[in-house]
Design a protein around this ligand. Structure first.
Ligand SMILES: Cc1cc2nc3c(=O)[nH]c(=O)nc-3n(C[C@H](O)[C@H](O)[C@H](O)COP(=O)(O)OP(=O)(O)OC[C@H]3O[C@@H](n4cnc5c(N)ncnc54)[C@H](O)[C@@H]3O)c2cc1C
Length: 385
């Protein structure tokens, strides 16, 4: 049994650590204009990502990417999690953002939708969440009704990231509401600008994201734009979300690492009542707990990722990793803010942004209560007799 990363991934990790320390952290607090990464910063970071040889690291080789396995991707997400310059959701700097759902398309659909995304010519958004159905997409109210060689879609979507920049949507709607997520949801490719599909407004958030509300009124979509078969829509959403959960977890390690670097260094200098903060047991215990839990999180993430790469089903463990990663990251951010006192609340330091981003990550792509509810089923199968 090997608890260490293979040599090539250790080297990758070191390279990324140097890249983030030298090239990104020095500019991270000035990297944004309002809520968006400055275009010139994005171009410069993308060029550096190419120089590092990491362009499209998460795209399978057959589509021109590097086809990195999940463990390697976790190493990248972990190291990039140490800086606030990289957008927390979507729009990363290592190439076009390719939704894994697009790999399920048939050849004709791939030609029209996947290949242009890979070439950077088109962008897509994923539209599942609705005002009345987020964590429980089975309750979605948008419907798609067959009418000859088209489906007619009606309903509303909420919190759709990148909807304003999308050339097309992977949009889910109920083809049979009585079946919910068990065969009642289908996914469609819908071009932006299709009559009846309107962007209603974007949502101001405490983070940089500006997701959109969308309305669909009698949107006619050709039957050939369905992904897979009718009722298979939920399956494709899940394919995206499993890798996404591991990204949350791995990012959490990076956030915790950066926070410990800041908190360790600050508490070892700052004095109150004639002593360094690092000499106070209350502070020491908080630091040690952060360190122990980060080590445990890293073992969990690497183990689950390696098992996925070996072909094992990691569904429940990926849920556990997401819960642990997001909750740990937020806890360590909060603790780091606390030991910094007032300076921790300023925008001079990255802590407040990491804190806001990490809080939001606990909710998106599966809140912990819903994940625990699903894990409970596995628990009682294992221990319930
Ligand atoms: C910035 C941002 C970007 C997003 N981008 C997208 C996107 O691109 N596409 C997309 O489709 N969606 C997107 N979403 C939606 C996101 O995935 C949902 O917000 C998330 O799944 C939670 O759904 P909800 O907000 O409806 O919460 P709900 O499902 O209503 O849950 C509310 C709260 O209730 C609690 N809860 C829920 N169920 C249970 C239970 N069974 N037991 C105990 N407690 C429970 C949890 O604490 C949960 O946080 C985005 C959201 C945000 C904030």
């Amino acid at each position: 049994m090997d608890y260490e990363l293979p040599e090539e991934l250790r080297m990758l990790k070191e390279t990324l650590r140097r890249f983030v320390d030298r090239e990104i952290i020095p500019i991270e607090r000035d990297a944004y204009e309002g809520h968006q990464l400055k275009p010139e910063v994005r171009v410069s970071l993308e060029n550096k990502a190419k120089d590092l040889g990491l362009w499209m690291f998460d795209v399978p080789e057959e589509y021109g990417g590097m086809g990195m396995n999940l463990l390697a991707r976790c190493v990248v997400w972990e190291e990039m999690g140490r800086t606030i310059a990289i957008p927390t959701r979507g729009g990363h700097i290592f190439g076009p953002s390719v939704s894994p759902i697009l790999y399920f398309l048939n050849d004709e659909q791939k030609e029209k939708y996947l290949h242009p995304v890979l070439k950077g010519e088109k962008k897509c958004a994923f539209a599942q969440t609705e005002p009345d159905a987020g964590g429980d997409p089975g309750g979605m109210r948008s419907t798609a009704v067959r009418d000859g060689d088209h489906y007619v879609i009606n309903g509303n979507k909420r919190f759709i990231t990148g909807a304003d920049k999308a050339d097309f949507f992977q949009l889910q709607a109920a083809t049979d509401r009585s079946k919910g997520s068990r065969g009642g949801i289908s996914t469609f490719l819908i071009d932006a600008g299709t009559p009846g599909l309107e962007l209603v407004r974007y949502q101001q958030m405490m983070m940089d994201d500006r997701p959109w509300e969308i309305s669909m009124q009698d949107v006619r979509v050709p039957v050939e734009n369905m992904i897979g078969e009718e009722g298979e829509g939920f399956k494709f959403g899940q394919a995206w979300i499993t890798a996404g959960r591991m990204r949350h977890a791995a990012r959490g390690i990076g956030v915790a690492e950066r926070c410990m670097e800041m908190a360790g260094s600050y508490t070892n200098q700052r004095e109150t009542f004639g002593k360094k903060l690092s000499e106070r047991q209350a502070v020491q215990f908080a630091m040690v707990d952060a360190w122990m839990d980060t080590k445990m999180l890293r073992l969990l993430v690497y183990n689950v990722a390696a098992r996925a790469d070996a072909g094992e089903d990691i569904r429940y463990e990926s849920y556990m990793a997401k819960i642990k990663g997001d909750e740990h990251a937020f806890k360590v951010c909060d603790q780091t803010m606390q030991v910094h006192g007032g300076i921790g609340l300023t925008t001079d330091l990255p802590i407040e942004k990491m804190w806001r981003d990490s809080r939001s990550m606990v909710i998106t792509e599966g809140p912990p209560e819903i994940l625990r509810m699903v894990i409970a089923r596995a628990f009682y199968r294992e221990y319930g007799d």
